[in-house]
Design a protein around this ligand. Structure first.
Ligand code: THU
Length: 160
């Protein structure tokens, strides 16, 4: 028997001004996308913006449904659109911003497990790390240099 230790490292930025302009502009696109969320049930709006290596930016927001499980998170709305529209493009980074419609969300909101799994699929497919930036509505931003860093011991095609 042995124990294995898996470490994850994240970078925390105090605000958007600490980020390179290219990244803060992507986060602004995610903020615009968040405004388009359809979240009448949770009243929690999420926006995602994805930069591709063909310089396209694809955005998405959460889309809810009266049949709750039929709704989809912002990250998956965006990444599946990117995969469908630009199947050969690689994903450089994803910016995510989230906030409640009823109170201010000042702490960074990390992507849910299902979205991590979806993003992991594309990271494996493109064999290149995807940078993830996530935040609340304002305030601190957290960067992960890869999705694998957010999902240790992930399930992928290598086990099939
Ligand atoms: N949501 C996202 O869009 N992304 C996540 O990573 C977590 C949760 C959405 C789903 C639902 O519409 C609302 O936030 C509350 O869970």
């Amino acid at each position: 028997m042995k124990e294995i230790k898996i470490e994850s490292t994240f970078t925390v930025f105090d605000n958007l001004n600490e980020l390179p302009q290219e990244v803060s502009l992507l986060i602004e696109r995610a903020m615009e996308a968040r405004e388009k969320a359809y979240a009448p049930y949770s009243k929690f709006s999420v926006g995602a913006a994805i930069l591709l290596d063909n310089d396209e930016i694809v955005t998405g927001s959460n889309q809810e449904n009266a049949s709750y499980p039929s709704g989809l998170c912002a990250e998956r709305t965006a990444i599946y659109y990117a995969g469908a529209q630009y199947p050969k493009a690689k994903i450089i980074r994803i910016a995510i911003t989230a906030g409640s419609q009823t109170r201010q969300t000042l702490t960074p909101v990390p992507p849910c497990g299902a979205c991590r799994q979806a993003i992991a699929e594309y990271e494996v497919k493109q064999d290149m790390p995807i940078e993830i930036y996530f935040m609340g509505e304002t305030g601190k931003v957290i960067r992960s240099n890869s999705l694998a860093n957010l999902l240790p011991l992930g399930f992928d095609k290598s086990v099939l």
